[in-house]
Write a protein that binds this ligand. Structure first.
Ligand SMILES: Nc1ncnc2c1ncn2[C@@H]1O[C@H](COP(=O)(O)OP(=O)(O)OP(=O)(O)O)[C@@H](O)[C@H]1O
Ligand SMILES: [Mg+2]
Length: 570
């Protein structure tokens, strides 16, 4: 239970720069009076604004601040929950939001939205709507339970019974179900993308592997061709070398005899030339000399004629020899030509062999380099490895997503089961069913105290049936304003009792704003006062009225007045 002790406010609506403070836990019954617009209902707005950041009435946040002072709009509440003292301070211009626990400021590091959540969920443990339903009966912009649509009635009762947690769980569950559906769609999408990727990578891998094989095969072919060509060349070379050797042998033989002849001939020609020179010298000597200085003898004509005969004979012999040589030369000239031809042939062989050797070198070089190329292509598995890695990755992903999809089936079963439990007809309805007779009893008891003899029945769907002696099956709206007020009061008191029992949204304060002033006749008011007296002595009732009410029924009387445009307590 929350014991609200004090609320104070300044620069809030028509209140000026001095605090207006109302102590709430000291008197069982307080009357707040004052003329219209004097600032009575401001108490409700200050309270709701302080706890929830939203006033009780539908006032825009920026028009809460006092329009004359336009700054330092501030509210403070002091309350106790299970012996722990709290103070909440909230204001505008400047913005203030502070929660104090036993005098110490609670860490404000979190966002103000989270700070508010902390206040509502962990400290107050009650939201604005259910609190209003048990603590306030107001005329201004207040929707009594009976005027709520069925969904809001359900929510209020769930809060009262403290079972709204199941609704929150259900809405979380729905969010999770939606999330799962989205995830399922996303995972399915990824799965099919993954499957497509696998196909693409497989095709790519095949293409790359084939391409590599094509290149290697082409290179191997070229090596084969080079080797064949080398074989051909080698055979041709062997044949050529043999042929060359044969020609060379003949050449050498012929050349040897040819050279022999030439040498012999040269010797003969030389002999002829020296013989001629000698004979010419002798002939010249015999023509010029008749006496020999060496042997000291006379050279006679006879001797001269004999010597001349010999010289002539020598000359004839030499001529004969020369003729013979000329004849032989004719014969050897053919052989010389043959030798030359053979020489030419040998040179031809050598040129061809040289060319072959060059070609062999080129071919062998290209074979070696092609082998190296093949080796490096075969070693070069980078691209293939990359694609293979991608393929493995894609397969893993597909596996993972397939497992996830299988997991969704289980999760979906779990959600269905949870949904059965948490839906409106499930666990909540069981609890509500249990409490409904009690609620109806409280309401009917209070209606009797208010002198309103009807049988009020709220069913599981929170539709009401109100039966009385002459009227069957009436609804709330069939009744007069005063009667409706009585029903509202009876419901409110019933809710307070339920809240107290469930320790859900129970508070010491009950504020009735303008309830006395409208619709209730004097008898109705007397009944209400009886009802107020009958309720739990720990409840602090505040009745707000702008009309003369019997003051004697109240322990305390506070009066609001507006002085020079500012509301104040007098
Ligand atoms: N931002 C504001 N600055 C100054 N005054 C404001 C501001 N907003 C509202 N008011 C005035 O404050 C007063 C609000 O008073 P409140 O509603 O508390 O009166 P009340 O005493 O409950 O009157 P009633 O008996 O008619 O219900 C009104 O006169 C209203 O015009
Ligand atoms: Mg008012």
């Amino acid at each position: 239970m929350i014991i609200l002790e004090k609320i104070r406010w300044k620069n809030f609506l028509s209140t000026g720069d001095t605090w207006t403070e109302v102590v709430l836990n000291k008197h069982r019954r307080t009357l707040i009076s004052g003329k219209n617009g004097s600032g009575k209902s401001t108490l409700l707005d200050a309270w709701c604004f302080n706890w929830y950041g939203k006033p009780f009435r539908n006032i825009k946040k920026n028009s809460i601040i006092n329009s004359i002072n336009t700054k330092n709009c501030l509210t403070e509440s002091e309350f106790k929950i299970n012996g722990v003292q709290f103070m909440v301070r909230r204001g505008i211009a400047p913005a203030v939001f502070e929660i104090y626990q036993n005098g110490e400021l609670i860490n404000q590091e979190a966002k103000s939205k989270d700070y508010q959540k902390h206040l509502e969920n962990n400290i107050l443990k009650v939201e604005q709507r259910p609190l209003e339903q048990v603590a306030i009966l107001g005329s201004a912009s207040f929707t009594p339970f009976m005027q709520m649509p069925l969904g809001a009635r359900r929510a209020t009762i769930e809060d009262l019974l403290d079972i709204s947690v199941f609704s929150r769980m259900n809405s979380t569950l729905k969010d999770q179900q939606k999330q799962m559906k989205d995830e399922y769609a996303e995972v399915s999408q990824r799965l099919s993308t993954g499957q497509r990727n696998i196909k693409t990578f497989e095709a790519l891998l095949e293409t790359i592997t084939n391409q590599k094989d094509d290149i290697v095969n082409f290179k191997r072919d070229s090596i084969e061709q080079a080797k064949k060509r080398l074989e051909v060349i080698s055979k041709e070379m062997t044949a050529m070398i043999e042929k060359k050797a044969e020609v060379e042998k003949k050449y050498l033989e012929k050349k040897a005899t040819y050279d022999e002849y030439q040498n012999a001939k040269n010797r003969l020609v030389h002999d002829c030339r020296t013989g001629e020179i000698r004979d010419q010298k002798d002939e010249d000597f015999y023509a010029a000399h008749d006496h020999c200085d060496v042997c000291k003898q006379e050279i006679d004509d006879k001797f001269k004629s004999k010597m001349s005969g010999e010289i002539q004979k020598n000359r004839r012999d030499r001529q004969q020899l020369r003729d013979m040589i000329a004849e032989q030369d004719q014969k050897w000239m053919g052989i010389g030509n043959e030798i030359n031809a053979m020489d030419q042939e040998i040179r031809g062989f050598m040129t061809s062999l040289g060319k072959f050797a060059g070609e062999i070198q080129t071919l062998q070089g290209s074979v070696a380099s092609t082998i190296k190329e093949i080796e490096s292509i075969e070693k070069k598995t980078d691209d293939i490895a990359k694609v293979q890695a991608e393929l493995t990755k894609a397969r893993d992903e597909v596996d993972r997503h397939q497992k996830l999809l299988n997991g969704f089936g289980e999760k979906s079963n779990y959600f269905t089961a949870m949904n059965e439990m948490l839906k409106d007809g499930g666990i909540k309805t069981k609890i509500i069913r249990q409490y409904l007779p009690k609620m109806n009893k409280y309401i009917n008891d209070h209606l009797q105290t208010l002198d309103f003899f009807v049988n009020f029945v709220l069913n599981e769907t929170f539709e009401e049936k109100i039966l009385s002696r002459h009227m069957d099956d009436f609804s709330y709206y069939n009744f007069s304003e005063g009667e409706k007020h009585k029903i509202n009061l009876a419901v409110l008191f019933a809710w307070r009792e339920i809240a107290k029992r469930k320790n859900s949204c129970s508070t010491n304060v009950l504020i009735l704003d303008e309830i006395m002033d409208s619709s209730l006749d004097s008898e109705g008011m007397d009944n209400l006062m009886t009802l107020l007296e009958s309720i739990d002595p720990a409840t602090n009732v505040v009745v707000i009225s702008h009309r003369g009410v019997n003051e004697s029924s109240f322990e305390r009387h506070l009066r609001f007045e507006k002085k020079q445009n500012f509301s104040e307590l007098v």
